[in-house]
Design a protein around this ligand. Structure first.
Ligand code: S3P
Length: 426
């Protein structure tokens, strides 16, 4: 797919549902009693993998374009799957489902694509094993495929070495079934959708600073979930509106949960023209419309506790930094190395090819902005966030930017290229 320089972007879009929230709504609805109805569910490949896994465990899930309806099996009603669970490309499915599977009365195996088979699972195997789980990496390399024999669990307190909502959620979901109380303390607070949504489903869960605590309950109750637009998907158009000249974009219905809104805070610090309009709460999550227009930007340092609140946005923030005056430093972000690709190396290699002044560090990158970018052939490494970031870079680079393996955007934003085409007026 080829992208070229644009002189303006104008228009109003509504981006698809939040990936993290969509996954959780399927999982919690499946183990709740009664009906769960999900509107604005993200029809991305990752969330479809979650539906597929729970369908294979006997949950009735009707997926229609306007609504997903789940007839929950209850906490103890999942059935042993007849075949291996296929998590596709989804780290969230793999890690969260492991917390649930560890406590079932059956055994199963799960596996996914080439990328999933390289992603670290020790981070969940270790705490779940401390809770009594019988879970092992089948190739002994701490990655998927995983073999899980459901058993009785007991609560623990876990000091997580990483700020990861996937790790935290796996432990909390296991804690939902465990004897006694389970708590997790993180170095920095990661996204808290599990805590917010599980509470709505009737779990006994609370949060205090960077610690979340859960106690078992006898049942969860199905809910109506309205999924806000995904700020991680909005991020591409936030940045496009800021860096393409003569642009004004209104992005409607975006989730701005404070554990996810780091990009908004960073854009403001960089001097970007960004406004939050019509702020409201929808189904327990903060939501707003976001208006952006072309801006002169200055560099920032991004580090510490803001990192988990923008971890998935760092690739597109790196593009933003290329258009900002001065040196942007991104640190404390070593987690980028274990995402769908090594996002430090892939960003640095591809942006260097386009003429950017960028170098990798152990835990992030350093970018000196305002060097003219030129088109290049970009390998997305089948990583959806890399493909979308370079599509936006292509709008400000001279010449042609070609993205190889561009269709991986189906993971989190199947209509991305159509929405982009609409905004550039093609
Ligand atoms: C997610 C958490 C994040 C994020 C991922 C989705 C989630 O991972 O990168 O895209 O839904 O819990 P970590 O919390 O493991 O960093």
């Amino acid at each position: 797919m080829i992208f070229t320089k644009k002189s303006s972007m104008k228009g109003k879009i509504s981006i698809p549902g939040d990936k993290s929230i969509s996954h959780r709504a399927i999982m919690f609805g499946s183990i709740a009693e009664g009906t769960t109805e999900i509107t604005n569910f993200l029809q991305g490949a990752d969330c479809l993998s979650t539906i597929d896994c729970f369908s294979k465990m006997g949950v009735e899930i009707e997926n229609k374009a306007d609504k997903v309806t789940i007839k929950g099996n209850g906490l103890h009603g999942l059935k042993a799957p007849k075949e291996m669970l296929d998590v596709g490309n989804s780290g969230t499915t793999t890690r969260l489902i492991s917390g649930i599977l560890a406590a079932q009365s059956f055994s199963c195996t799960l596996n996914g694509d080439e990328s999933i088979q390289k992603r670290p699972m020790k981070r969940i195997i270790k705490p779940l094993s401390l809770m009594g789980a019988d879970i092992k990496s089948m190739r002994g390399n701490d990655c998927a495929p995983l073999e899980i024999h459901g058993t009785t669990l007991h609560g623990i307190h876990y000091d997580s070495p990483v700020a990861s909502a996937q790790v935290k959620s796996a432990i909390l979901l296991a804690g939902l079934y465990a004897k006694g109380e389970t708590s997790v303390t993180e170095p920095y607070l990661s996204r808290n959708h599990t805590e917010l949504m599980l509470k709505c489903f009737g779990a006994d869960i609370s949060s205090n600073d960077t610690t979340a605590t859960i106690k078992p309950v006898t049942r969860l109750t199905g809910q109506k979930v309205i999924v806000p637009g995904d700020i991680s998907s909005a991020a591409y158009f936030i940045v496009a509106g800021l860096v393409v000249p003569n642009s004004e974009i209104l992005i409607e219905n975006v989730g701005i949960n404070p554990t996810r809104d780091g990009i908004i805070r960073i854009v403001k610090q960089m001097g970007g023209n960004i406004e939050l309009l019509n702020e409201r709460t929808v189904a327990g999550e903060a939501v707003a419309d976001i208006f952006v227009k072309s801006s002169d930007l200055k560099a920032v340092t991004i580090s510490g506790n803001i990192i988990p609140t923008l971890i998935d946005e760092i690739p597109i923030i790196a593009i933003l930094a290329c258009m900002a005056e001065g040196e942007t430093v991104i640190k404390d972000a070593a987690e980028l190395k274990v995402k769908e690709s090594n996002r430090i190396d892939v960003m640095v290699n591809n942006l260097s090819k386009m003429g950017a002044d960028i170098r990798a560090t152990d835990d992030g990158m350093i970018i000196t902005g305002c060097k003219p970018l030129h088109g290049a052939t970009i390998n997305s490494n089948a990583d959806h966030r890399i493909a979308m970031s370079f599509a936006i870079a292509g709008l400000v680079a001279d010449g042609e930017t070609e993205i190889v393996d561009a269709d991986c955007v189906k993971i989190s934003y199947p209509d991305f290229y159509n929405d982009l085409e609409y905004l550039v007026g093609a």
